[in-house]
Design a binder for this molecule. Structure first.
Ligand code: XMP
Length: 510
């Protein structure tokens, strides 16, 4: 299968570039610039290379540089933003920096006739974000685009198939960016469009049928998208040799545990063990109010419960992990501060004896996991499920977690979700839920004075959950949810709507 390499120089859009290439049905993978040599690039046989942008200046000694030999491999290269400047620098061009020529935002760009700009009009809008720019194109290069401020908005050396653009074709604000990437991938690199989810699903099933034949395979199923897709995929490959353990920690949303059991155990006929561990978790969490401690306790207890279950199954040959591609990329970097210690099943390999780990989704982006899920006939509501944190409702209850408080929250959350569904707003907001605060306030129900909990509703709009806007939900929907919550749930006297964006807030309250 043809592959494009996205060589990462620290740009904020590197994942986006790879996703854009893949949406053209060509496989793209991201590698940090200091983790692969030109020789390795050649050996792997990439059909094309894209240099990403980056926040640096090429004349700064500490900025990421790369071996110029990459330009002589005979493999087409497209440099984007910093990537273009680096390409010019490596080929002895001149880069300059001038405050008054920096460009940011939507900018008119004028292009010349060139294969990179096939089906792109002479004048269109592109997205710029730079201070430095290529002042003089290197020898052998021709300038093929400009803006009012930037004399070299794009350049190329057609004989060596080297291209550079100062703007960002990968962001949707560049009107013809998709077309330009399409031209590079197919017309310059000559790739074949072979990366399709139905092929991925079929070939993965065939591969695991062979590789895992006769092996005893174990998977921790959470009911989230990734583990669900991994479970169904492997079930298709190895049937009853796969056992899924679903730990119900009692911190799930209303009816969620039964839904997971019905879908995977009954509908798909997967060998599923549901462990009802509510009591174990609640007794460990009794009187705990600190969010980080809650996460830690839940993470550890999850491992203990899973371990106990695994022991009952005897020797395990293979453990399946639902790792996806962004996890792989991030783990190759990461020294950013831990804001919240996210609970996942990463700790499992340390406590269970097994011979091998299999990560069937490790090459897929989230949208590709969803597409694979659709190919596998997993119900739409599961494939498109909003994210739900591993520690569950524990991080949506401020203060102490008790069965009674969990039940109150479950009801409020279910009403809110129901009203969002009634108004057909599931796709208008990316995550929405209720939070039970520890604030009590006075209310009046009938003629009586009440003193009950305050529930907060939260809905956010986001692409990546790293930053988020609070969703502007229609007042009528908020009103309906509020009135139902206070009327139908004893013990709740007040409903508030959270209008904090992230940053400074986080999505979850704890
Ligand atoms: P925050 O609250 O960090 O949330 O802005 C960003 C996204 O991550 C989810 N989240 C978690 N997911 N374990 C998880 O698996 C956790 O401990 C956790 N905390 C937050 C949150 O729901 C949102 O989608």
């Amino acid at each position: 299968m043809d592959k494009i390499l996205v060589l990462d120089f620290g740009g904020q859009y590197n994942q986006l570039i790879a996703r854009r290439v893949r949406s053209e049905h060509v496989y793209a993978e991201i590698k940090p610039y200091n983790k692969i040599t030109p020789q390795e690039i050649q050996e792997i046989g990439y059909k094309g290379i894209i240099f990403t942008g980056g926040p640096n200046s090429v004349y700064d000694e500490k900025s990421p540089h790369y071996d110029p030999a990459v330009l002589d491999l005979g493999i087409p290269v497209l440099g984007i933003c910093y990537g273009e400047q680096l390409m010019a620098y490596m080929a002895d061009g001149e880069i300059t920096s001038a405050e008054n020529s920096s460009e940011y935002g939507k900018t008119e760009v004028y292009v010349k006739k060139n294969v990179l700009f096939d089906d792109v009009p002479e004048k269109s809008i592109c997205w710029m974000s730079h201070t430095d720019y290529v002042k003089e194109a290197p020898k052998g290069f021709e300038i093929i685009a400009h803006t009012d401020k930037c004399p070299c908005a794009a350049m190329c050396d057609e004989s060596r198939k080297l291209y550079g653009v100062q703007f960002h074709p990968e962001v949707t604000h560049t009107a013809y960016g998709k077309q330009m990437l399409h031209n590079f991938i197919f017309k310059v690199c000559g790739c074949a469009a072979e990366w399709k989810m139905e092929n991925f699903v079929d070939s993965s099933i065939a591969k695991y049928k062979k590789e895992l034949a006769g092996k005893k395979v174990l998977l921790a199923l959470s009911g989230g998208v990734d583990s669900s897709v991994a479970a169904v995929l492997l079930h298709k490959a190895i049937g009853t040799n796969l056992t899924c353990v679903f730990v119900d920690h009692g911190l799930l949303r209303k009816d969620e545990g039964d839904f997971v059991e019905n879908t995977f155990g009954k509908q798909f006929g997967i060998n599923l063990i549901r462990v009802n561990a509510e009591d174990r978790f609640l007794s460990k969490l009794a009187h705990v109010t600190d969010p980080e401690q809650k996460r830690k306790i839940i993470g550890e207890e999850f491992i203990r419960v899973f371990e106990d279950e695994a022991k009952k199954l005897g020797k395990i040959d293979v453990l399946v992990q639902g790792t996806i591609y962004p996890d792989v990329i991030e783990s190759g970097k990461g020294d950013s501060a831990v804001i919240k210690s996210h609970h996942n099943v990463g700790g499992l390999p340390d406590v269970i004896a097994f011979d091998e780990i299999v990560e069937p989704l490790k090459d897929l982006f989230k949208d590709e996991v969803r597409e694979a899920g659709t190919q596998l006939n997993i119900p739409h509501e599961l494939v498109w499920r909003q994210p739900f944190p591993g520690p569950g409702l524990a991080v949506r209850i401020i203060g102490e977690i008790t069965k009674e408080r969990l039940d109150v929250l479950r009801e409020a959350d279910a009403i809110f979700r129901e009203e969002i569904a009634n108004a057909h707003l599931e796709n208008f907001t990316n995550q929405y839920f209720a939070v039970l605060t520890d604030l009590r306030s006075v209310g009046v129900k009938g003629d009586a004075r009440t003193y009950g909990y305050t529930v907060a509703l939260r809905a956010v709009t986001t692409d990546d959950f790293m930053t988020a806007e609070w969703t502007r939900l229609p007042y009528e929907v908020l009103e309906k949810a509020s009135s139902r919550i206070t009327n139908e749930i004893m013990g709740i006297t007040r409903v508030v709507y959270d209008i904090t964006s992230k940053p400074p807030g986080t999505v979850e309250w704890e």
